[in-house]
Design a protein around this ligand. Structure first.
Ligand code: TTP
Ligand code: MG
Length: 379
């Protein structure tokens, strides 16, 4: 059976919800984000993108670029409820749905080619269902794996539907810049560019020995992606009882302070993904693999579920205090488990609760960091 993965990503999500809720904003540049002094753009409508405005840009800069724009604060409760409705639609199309943020998910639709019309018709069908239920447009990618499906959904945004077939995959992705590969940040991209490698096609043709000094332990994964290969499974959300992020470092980390700084990056990423998925969790686990390959894990369970970066990091600090940090560190990981959704933890999403305010201020500070590339698009 051929493998077919669909990636669905809403177009200009927060801004489109605002335009849907306020028809007078339709066709206008709408910019959503933190409106305070140091606020950052969460997203903006495609009309605003023409002025050069984009996610993670400072609000001050956005106002310069687009003085006539409509500037709105983010209403997370609203976006979360739309997100839940979209998620219900995903489940009508596949039993295997992996939401990866508030506005996107992977669906494993393998085997559905035998349905009437075949797998190809699923794209237009799911877009129509989303539009009917929410009034919003989505972009859909259909491909033999997650990596290609995500690239595909981005190719004809907004309101796009792109299929990448296995036989043409390599050629389709070859002209794309290497920065489009998940995990290739600005630094790696710049280093590769200096070696004359700017496109995915050029990367795919590189011998592993040439790349290893730069990409280290990630060399093989990187090459496989460049060749359009990826066998990561779609992990259905029902099974999602924990959410975590770990990183194997190209060079071992030395000393506790260096490790704490790296852990703060991971805490922010885990926090962002929890909040984006409307999740919080009680148990925080720290995972450390030292250069001698020994694995050290420590967990702590809080009384109330956590989802803020600072809350997660406070627990990580306590756990870190229990470890000696004498050995060089090869890998660090943070996992939050015993997850609950915002809905069943009894949070009041309709009112302006103290928590919601903290949530948005945390998001604002997160956006500051977003700009510094700590959290990358699509994480
Ligand atoms: P994205 O899917 O990355 O962006 P988008 O849906 O606004 O636009 P696109 O058409 O390019 O997909 O993110 C989904 C939502 O997540 C976005 O509407 C707002 C929020 N978000 C932030 O708050 N900060 C960010 O830096 C990014 C990238 C997204
Ligand atoms: Mg989107």
């Amino acid at each position: 059976m051929d493998r077919w993965i669909m990636h669905v990503d809403m177009d200009a999500f927060f801004a489109s919800v605002e335009q849907r809720d306020h028809p007078e904003y339709q066709g206008l540049p709408v910019i959503v984000g933190g409106l305070s002094g140091r606020g950052v753009v969460a997203t903006c409508s495609y009309e605003a993108r023409r002025f050069g405005v984009h996610s993670a840009m400072s609000m001050a800069r956005a106002r310069q670029l687009c003085p006539k724009g409509i500037f709105l604060p983010a209403r997370f409760a609203r976006y979360q409820s739309v997100s839940n409705r979209i998620r219900d639609i995903f489940h009508q199309f596949s039993p295997c749905v992996e939401p990866i943020s508030i506005d996107e998910a992977f669906l494993d639709v393998s085997g559905m080619e035998r349905l009437s019309g075949g797998v190809i018709t699923l794209g237009p069908k799911i877009k129509a269902a989303i539009r009917e239920t929410t009034g919003l447009t989505a972009s859909v990618g259909l491909a033999p794996n997650k990596f290609l499906a995500k690239l595909a959904s981005d190719m004809e945004k907004p309101d796009g539907f792109t299929i990448i077939r296995p036989e043409t995959a390599k050629a389709r992705i070859a002209p794309l810049p290497i920065g489009r590969i998940f995990g290739v940040g600005q630094k790696t991209a710049a280093a590769l560019n200096r070696l004359g490698i700017t496109t995915i096609g050029q990367l795919a043709a590189c011998p592993a020995t040439f790349l290893r000094p730069l990409a280290g332990r990630n060399t093989e994964t990187l090459l496989r992606f460049a060749q359009g290969l990826d066998d990561r499974p779609v992990v259905p959300d029902e099974k999602r009882q924990s959410l975590g992020r770990e990183e194997t470092y190209p060079e071992d980390l030395l000393g506790r302070d260096t490790c704490l700084a790296a852990l703060w990056n991971l805490a922010q990423e885990v926090g962002w993904r929890l909040r984006a998925g409307g999740l919080s969790g009680c148990t925080v686990t720290l995972k450390v693999r030292t250069a001698d390959f020994r694995l050290h894990t420590r967990s702590w369970t809080a009384e109330a579920p956590v989802d803020l970066d600072e809350e997660i990091m406070a627990i990580i600090r306590r756990l870190a205090a229990e470890l000696p940090w004498k050995q060089p560190v090869r890998l660090l990981g943070i996992t939050v488990s015993h997850l609950t959704t915002a809905a069943d933890s009894g949070l009041d999403f309709s009112g302006e609760t103290a928590r919601a305010r903290r949530r948005s201020s945390a998001l604002d500070s997160l956006k500051q960091k977003f700009g510094e590339g700590i959290i990358r698009k699509g994480v």
